[in-house]
Design a protein around this ligand. Structure first.
Ligand code: SF4
Ligand code: SF4
Length: 374
């Protein structure tokens, strides 16, 4: 196993982390808890969960496992969303509930969870809010490090990093979206924060589409292994978080970590070139089209269209996909929807990939039309 320093905290963590969001629903909790023991045996010492994972049972599974794990041999991370608390006392109570469920006296990394727009950050920082409660818990030794998780794009993440209020960040970054997210990763790393990457296999899309994504892989590896290697070996990434549901998943990630070789510039170019080739080409997130008079977040819409092209999302799933993006994903902070496009053509003139942006927006607008605006 490869180990790394978690930012400036002084903690040393395994480059592979175990996330508690993908346990097998069919298994009894005790059986799932055994996976944590196995992960620890394999050298994994970073365990991440949240109160709502696995239909609210994930922290309980962790608790079952932790009772038989030496406390100085692992680190635990959990989370709380600012919008799920009423005041600081409520947040403090919820921190204590997590401690109780997991049978631990302290939590190593506590996340202000799921910042999708700056309003969520402001909510967390308000007087009598979540951050205040976390500071109190930290002063009492119940929490060791306050960190945050975000689904924002790089520039927005940077604003939060600059506040200096956090010691680390959990970001949704992987080999398919890295051009879009990497400036946030770099900013966090450069400011001495730990950077944990979630969703390394793009929600399972990479292993499910290996034939189409062969260009990701080097010699003697699968595209999924390459996607893991990309994060595990990147000096800017501290932990690549994996939602394991069986021992084989743990074995694969540990095998990758044992032979982790960073992507070379040539390999990265190959990935970028392949993502941006052909008639149905992929937006490379270069940002040159950022000139819309209607403030449409074109790059974000084109990222969503990428998913459609790469993974052939079926028509009957697209509305659901758009709803997710508006509530939780890339569009959570945007009020200007695709339908606002007046086809002025400015963006297409600037597009480095010559993408039919207007046509793509029209297509996506169909699927967001039935959704309610926030
Ligand atoms: S064509 Fe549409 S999306 Fe492009 S700049 Fe004009 S209004 Fe914006
Ligand atoms: S200019 Fe084209 S390739 Fe670049 S971000 Fe905009 S749509 Fe994507």
């Amino acid at each position: 196993m490869l180990y790394k320093k978690y930012g400036n905290t002084g903690e040393t963590v395994s480059a592979v982390g175990m996330g508690g969001m993908r346990f097998d629903m069919e298994l009894p909790l005790e059986k799932s808890a055994e996976l944590l023991h196995y992960a620890l045996e394999k050298g994994i010492n970073y365990f991440d969960t949240a109160p709502q994972y696995h239909e609210g049972k994930s922290e309980e599974i962790f608790g079952i496992a932790f009772q038989q794990m030496p406390r100085d041999k692992f680190m635990v991370s959990t989370k709380l969303m600012p919008e799920r608390i009423t005041d600081a006392a409520d947040a403090y109570r919820k921190v204590c509930m997590s401690l109780e469920k997991m049978h631990v006296d302290y939590i190593d990394f506590f996340h202000v969870w799921c910042i999708r727009k700056m309003a969520h950050y402001d909510d967390a920082m308000r007087s009598d809010g979540l951050y205040e409660a976390l500071l109190k818990a930290k002063s009492e030794g119940l929490i060791r490090h306050i960190v945050f998780s975000s689904h924002q794009q790089g520039d927005e993440v940077k604003k939060i990093i600059k506040t200096g209020k956090f010691e680390g960040v959990l970001l949704g970054v992987n080999i398919l979206n890295f051009p879009y997210r990497w400036n946030g990763v770099k900013a966090a790393c450069d400011s001495g924060m730990g950077v944990v990457a979630m969703n390394p296999l793009a929600g399972g899309l990479i292993p499910q589409n290996e034939a189409k994504l062969q260009f990701l892989a080097g010699k003697n590896e699968t595209p999924a292994e390459a996607a893991l290697r990309f994060l595990i070996a990147a000096p800017e990434i501290t932990v690549a978080l994996n939602g394991f549901s069986c021992r084989e998943h743990i074995d694969t990630a540990c095998k990758v970590a044992d032979n982790a070789r960073p992507f070379t510039k040539a390999e990265l170019k190959k990935v970028k070139d392949n993502l941006g080739e052909g008639a149905t080409s992929i937006c490379t997130s270069c940002g040159y089209c950022d000139c819309c008079p209607k403030n449409i977040p074109i790059v974000k819409y084109m990222q969503i269209y990428n998913d459609r092209v790469l993974f052939k999302i079926p028509e009957d799933k697209l509305q659901e996909h758009m709803a997710f993006q508006h509530q939780w994903g890339l569009l959570a902070e945007d009020d200007s929807w695709a339908e606002a496009c007046i086809a002025c053509g400015r963006c297409e003139k600037s597009c480095t990939q010559h993408l039919p942006i207007i046509e793509r927006l029209k297509d996506l607008a169909k699927w967001e039309k039935p959704l309610n605006k926030k």
